[in-house]
Design a protein around this ligand. Structure first.
Ligand SMILES: Cc1ncc(C[n+]2csc(CCOP(=O)(O)OP(=O)(O)O)c2C)c(N)n1
Ligand SMILES: [Mg+2]
Length: 377
């Protein structure tokens, strides 16, 4: 997984067609998806080395922003834990895909962009919507199918959407949003803006034709799009190793002459730095980038996942590298937060989730006359 892992080798190729140094990673050991042979000590030592690199990065960022990044990660975690709780008692219906474990990806990328930049993603979208500025109340009410939700309760978990805040969904067709995101970047360029699009998708979407067609057009038309592959190792219950012939997603960008980077998704600051490089390329040179961000989802694919395709030992290994624990420790070491600050931040996040829940509970169901509004078929 991450750069620091012994089983991977990072290569730098300065000959990309864009003239930009591109980083790719190749696996030097076979990494079968389902295995008990996971080394928790290795995970702990990876954590220690990420802490060292975070200590250096912290010095470059405003303390207030660092605290806000941690807050957003904690808010996302509590929000999703609450979703699981209320889903189990039948308050939320339909599909529900949680983001627990992947918070560093949304926060590291989206807290590096401007308000006028655009975001599009797949169905694991609650936390991303909030980081882009959607109030937790609107996300929770949408999950409840209530009128106060961001799309009036008619989208649900997979379809968070808020055009005014630059959040273009929430899409259920695996890979479908990659083409739409590429089109959004085309519009940004056509209108002469210097804004960029962040287009998120999972590693399973990379096997879809839409990924390849979009990368081709983005490179050909020099579009300001940042393709962000959240590689959490699984597409539902299928390990990446059982579905993808070449496991390095980043490397696939080279076939299209697109700059690419492999990033440790447990390290919010590494994610931020890679995103900043991609933003610079998109804004100043109008060129796309593909970031492969390796992460891990601690929960099942959705709330109805029996989880038989991986072992609890494997999950524990990645929990040793919990991105929130890592970032909190680094901020504590750097004296950016104290124990008291963290307790206050945690309380604030819990209160925000409770407020969202109350709002969703109280919000009315959509009116009958809304049945056909905003419905296209
Ligand atoms: C075109 C299409 N094929 C299959 C599905 C069924 N499906 C839903 S989620 C999913 C796995 C996607 O995994 P990945 O892209 O890695 O995202 P993750 O769930 O890991 O975030 C599949 C196959 C779908 N929704 N759309
Ligand atoms: Mg996946």
């Amino acid at each position: 997984m991450p750069k620091t892992a012994t089983r991977q080798k990072t290569e730098t190729n300065k000959n990309s067609t864009n003239g930009t140094a591109v980083k790719t990673v190749s696996n030097t050991k076979n990494n079968n998806g389902v295995t008990d042979k996971v080394n928790r000590k290795e995970a702990q030592s990876e954590n220690v080395s990420r802490r060292k690199s975070q200590t250096n990065s912290i010095k470059q960022i405003e303390p207030a922003l660092l605290r806000e990044m941690l807050y957003q990660m904690v808010l996302g975690r509590y929000f999703e834990q609450k979703c699981a709780e209320v889903y189990r008692i039948g308050k939320i219906g339909g599909f529900c895909h949680l983001y627990i474990g992947q918070e560093a990806v949304a926060v590291g990328t989206m807290m590096a962009i401007r308000e006028d930049d655009l975001v599009i993603t797949a169905y694991r979208d609650h936390v991303q919507a909030m980081v882009k500025g959607m109030p937790p109340e609107e996300v929770m009410a949408e999950l409840y199918g209530k009128a106060g939700g961001c799309v009036g309760g008619k989208g649900g978990s997979m379809h968070m959407f808020d055009a005014a805040r630059g959040f273009f969904g929430g899409h259920g067709i695996v890979g479908g949003q990659i083409g739409v995101g590429t089109g959004m970047a085309y519009a940004q360029k056509y209108k002469g803006t210097d804004s960029v699009t962040l287009c998120f998708f999972g590693e399973a979407a990379v096997n879809q034709g839409m990924f390849h067609e979009s990368l081709n057009m983005a490179a050909l038309w020099k579009l300001p799009v940042i393709f962000i592959c959240e590689n959490n190792k699984y597409g539902m219950g299928t390990s990446q190793t059982r579905a993808m012939s070449i496991s390095s997603v980043a490397k696939k960008a080279e076939a299209y002459g697109i700059a690419n980077e492999f990033v440790d998704g447990m390290d919010v600051l590494a994610v931020r730095e890679a995103t900043e490089r991609a933003i610079e390329r998109a804004r100043k040179e109008s060129l796309p980038t593909l970031l492969e961000i390796r992460c891990y989802r601690f929960m099942g694919h959705s709330m109805s996942d029996p989880g038989k395709y991986r072992t609890s030992n494997e999950i524990k290994k990645y929990q040793e590298r919990d991105p929130i624990v890592l970032f909190r420790s680094s901020l504590t070491d750097a004296k950016i937060i104290s124990e008291k600050d963290y307790t206050e931040l945690e309380t604030r996040a819990k209160e925000a989730v409770e407020k969202a829940l109350k709002f969703a509970e109280k919000s009315p169901l959509p009116d009958e006359k809304e049945l056909f509004t905003d419905v296209y078929a």
